[in-house]
Design a protein around this ligand. Structure first.
Ligand SMILES: Cc1cc2nc3c(=O)[nH]c(=O)nc-3n(C[C@H](O)[C@H](O)[C@H](O)COP(=O)(O)OP(=O)(O)OC[C@H]3O[C@@H](n4cnc5c(N)ncnc54)[C@H](O)[C@@H]3O)c2cc1C
Ligand code: SF4
Length: 599
């Protein structure tokens, strides 16, 4: 019985808390290899196959699909529960200023944020695992690119990622069979690539978790589950149930044909098909409970439908509730032996919270005006991107900040939605009636945006802790955030602005507004890029970190963290592919230890 109730819980080898990228991957690996797994998810059951409004037009939605507090990314967005605010589940900031605030996006649904995410899927490079060794800042990981590479291979083969191998510095190639072909560039992509090259910015195929062709169900299952015919058969059948993208609908609404990666369409169905995975939805985990032997016994959860507390037990516990929620669970798992929270003997729990550095510039390009009508919906997000290109200049100390950024950009003639021509007066100077229609046709497809996504270096002033006063609707103490950017990040944001202005200039275009030269004003608030990581960082020294390189807590040997809380650095590469690679690696380790009866 895959979906269980608090009354029908069974006996389990492993409890997995959370069902997003981290929980989905952890449970998938464990269940496919035979472990009995209970997944606890705070949100409701969600089935993209039947629930996504992927074909709805804006006119079918209230307010034509405009953003509201309930649906910050618009009415049709896949996040059925969650957002910047979750009713009854507050959090506290010590500052409301843009520079000292941490915005926390939470999804409360089966599959978490993977139902919605942008699906940019980049590998960290070798430098990204050893940043301190390169420039003396932040922390090295207790593992190297070579340790994680086989797991990147596996995740790419399992979820399906399009991209190409470009052989660029610290931007690893994938072995054959890992990547799917990238989609054709849009017209605006080609123009960006041509003009950005003039100022030395390389533009190459993007990497996103979207099937540009069907997965190779004949060969991939054996590579992913060698020696396990049952898992291979399940996966082969599941892969045949995923269609390739038909380039027509916004991925952020979810994908009923399973062409993009969502935990709910990729990880959970095969894991459930093994019969080894039980899922308990509406189960808000409050704390990890220890047995008399000091090992994790299980977790206490609140049934959100009744408000009743319940307990689930297993041989091992994996926390994968998203970085900050995992930290919150650990901080709330206080006991006489662990008065500062569980797994916190180092005092580092909650510390070194990171997000991605973000800054954006919009432009309008006359060369792209009045193009003949054509459809450029494509695979929703970027077909191309620009990896960080100034490693040598940076190493030579020429930039004034450490670590780099990549550029995500977009333009083209896509399905118009509410707001497509919003504020068009900045190019038309204001027009009405027939002239407005002519202007709309002329300028449609000539707008372009550039988003910088850069590395933040962990610092002592960015962390979370339990607020002594505030509790959520379930009576669970909530997090309080402290946030501060360093000059490395603000200077990087200013560099993004300058670069984007130069690219737009090379394209013969004009910038909307002005290029912001003050990095402190150019940088997006903490948390707003929704790549939060850290808080339970891994390391090689138990005095300075919360877990070892397997995500295993130093203090409790059968307690693991398999989400982004363990990241000791946040490379410019969007984190989710790495979260999944590490989760697979940790799950493999747990299976190995269990087989040897060490857990
Ligand atoms: C708009 C947007 C765009 C993004 N784009 C990208 C992108 O292009 N590339 C990229 O790499 N990343 C992107 N991300 C980030 C990406 O979604 C996250 O990195 C990823 O989902 C993290 O996986 P996770 O499993 O740790 O957390 P989540 O996916 O958030 O899943 C956590 C799950 O745990 C559940 N949970 C939380 N607390 C508890 C509890 N106490 N008890 C039980 N369950 C609990 C939640 O309900 C949720 O379902 C984006 C995110 C957003 C919102
Ligand atoms: S663009 Fe492709 S992958 Fe995205 S939702 Fe539409 S069909 Fe699915």
């Amino acid at each position: 019985m895959p979906f269980v109730t608090p009354r029908t819980l069974g006996q389990y080898d492993v409890i997995v808390v959370g069902s997003g990228a981290a929980g989905g991957q952890t449970a998938y690996t464990l269940a496919m290899e035979g472990a009995r797994v209970l997944m606890l998810e705070a949100g409701r059951k969600y089935e993209p196959e039947s629930e996504t409004p992927m074909f709805h037009t804006p006119g079918q939605a209230p307010l034509r699909g405009a953003s509201t507090t309930d649906k910050p990314f618009g009415f049709h967005d896949a996040t059925v529960d969650g957002g910047w605010q979750v009713p009854g589940e507050p959090y506290v900031n010590t500052s409301e200023d843009d520079s000292g605030r941490f915005d926390w996006w939470r999804a409360r649904m089966l599959g978490g944020r993977t139902n919605h995410w942008g699906r940019y899927s980049f590998r960290n490079g070798p430098y990204d695992f050893k940043p301190r060794s390169r420039d003396g800042l932040g922390f090295d990981w207790p593992l190297s690119y070579e340790d994680v590479a086989p797991y990147y291979d596996r995740v790419e083969m399992l979820i399906g990622v399009y991209g190409a191998n470009d052989g660029l510095e610290n931007t690893p190639n994938s072995p054959p069979d890992c990547l799917l072909p990238p989609p054709k560039p849009r017209v605006s992509d080609l123009l960006v690539a041509q003009r950005a090259k003039r100022i030395g910015v390389p533009v190459v195929a993007g990497h996103r978790a979207v099937l540009t062709k069907a997965l190779d169900h004949r060969n991939l299952p054996a590579k992913l589950h060698p020696g396990n015919p049952n898992a291979q058969a399940i996966l082969a059948s599941h892969m045949q149930g995923r269609a390739s993208c038909f380039w027509a609908t916004p991925c952020g609404r979810g994908c009923s044909i399973r062409a993009n990666y969502q935990s709910t369409t990729v990880h959970l169905p095969p894991a459930l098909a093994t019969g080894k995975l039980d899922i308990l939805v509406n189960a808000m985990v409050r704390e990890v409970k220890l047995g008399k032997d000091g090992r994790a016994r299980g977790v206490v959860f609140i049934d959100r439908t009744t408000g009743q507390a319940g307990e689930a037990t297993a041989r091992a516990v994996c926390l994968a509730a998203s970085a900050c929620e995992t930290v919150r669970i650990l901080l709330n798992s206080r006991s006489a032996q662990h008065p500062q929270g569980l797994a916190n003997s180092s005092g580092k729990l909650g510390r070194y919270l990171m997000d991605t550095v973000g800054s954006s510039v919009y432009g309008q390009i006359p060369l792209l005006e009045d193009l003949p009508p054509h459809n450029e919906d494509g695979a929703t997000g970027g077909h191309m991107y620009a990896p960080w290109w100034l490693y040598k200049e940076q190493l030579a100390g020429k930039l004034g900040f450490a670590r780099g950024y990549h550029i995500e950009f977009g333009g083209g003639r896509r399905m118009p939605s509410l707001g497509t021509f919003d504020g068009i007066e900045w190019v038309t100077g204001g027009s009405y009636g027939r002239k407005l229609k002519e202007d709309a046709r002329r300028y449609y497809g000539s707008f372009i945006y550039f988003d910088g996504r850069g590395e933040m270096i962990p610092n002592d002033d960015s962390y979370c802790e339990i607020d002594p006063e505030t509790r959520d609707r379930w009576g669970i103490p909530v997090l309080r955030f402290h946030w501060k950017w360093s000059e490395h990040e603000t200077r990087q944001a200013a560099h993004m602005q300058k670069t984007f202005g130069e690219v737009i200039q090379e394209m013969g275009g004009r910038v909307k507004g002005t290029i912001v030269t003050d990095g402190a004003k150019a940088i997006a608030p903490g948390g707003s890029i929704i790549h939060e990581l850290g808080g339970a960082i891994m390391g090689s020294d138990s005095g300075n970190s919360v877990t070892n390189g397997w995500g295993q807590s130093w203090d409790v040997e059968n307690l693991f963290v398999t989400d982004g809380a363990v990241f000791p650095s946040n490379a410019d590469k969007n984190p989710t592919l790495t979260i999944m690679a590490l989760a697979w690696r940790s799950a493999d380790h747990i299976l190995d230890r269990m087989r040897r009866k060490e857990l």
